[in-house]
Design a protein around this ligand. Structure first.
Ligand SMILES: [Zn+2]
Length: 110
């Protein structure tokens, strides 16, 4: 991975990696709290920072088949959630390019 520069977010509420406190997203980029991750509740975000995206893979979910990439913390490498590359069901297209972060893996960093 080499050198990586971490971005620092500013705002009313910042979510960070629960392991290393690296900033990941703000409340302003949150689209929904009503998602389920691999470990319970999860949030959908418009954008996140300081993550590495894995290789795309197809995953069958309750809402149909999706192409997703796992996302990892740029600092500590923990798996935080995933990014939606593609949704096959037209009703799920709004998720494309968006990110899921697992609630249990987030901390407030402010
Ligand atoms: Zn981390």
């Amino acid at each position: 991975m080499g050198m990586s520069y971490r971005q620092y977010l500013a705002g009313a509420r910042i979510y960070g990696c629960s392991t290393c406190k690296t900033h990941l997203a703000t409340i302003h980029s949150m689209l929904s709290r009503a998602f389920n991750g691999q470990h319970g509740r999860a949030y959908l975000f418009e954008g996140v920072v300081n993550v590495v995206e894995g290789k795309p893979c197809d995953r069958q979910m309750t809402t149909g088949n999706h192409t997703v990439r796992d996302i990892y913390c740029i600092k500590c490498g923990v798996t935080l959630g995933w990014k939606y590359d593609k949704a096959y069901d037209p009703s799920q297209k709004y998720k494309e390019g968006k990110y899921i972060l697992e609630r249990n893996l987030l901390v407030d960093v402010q």
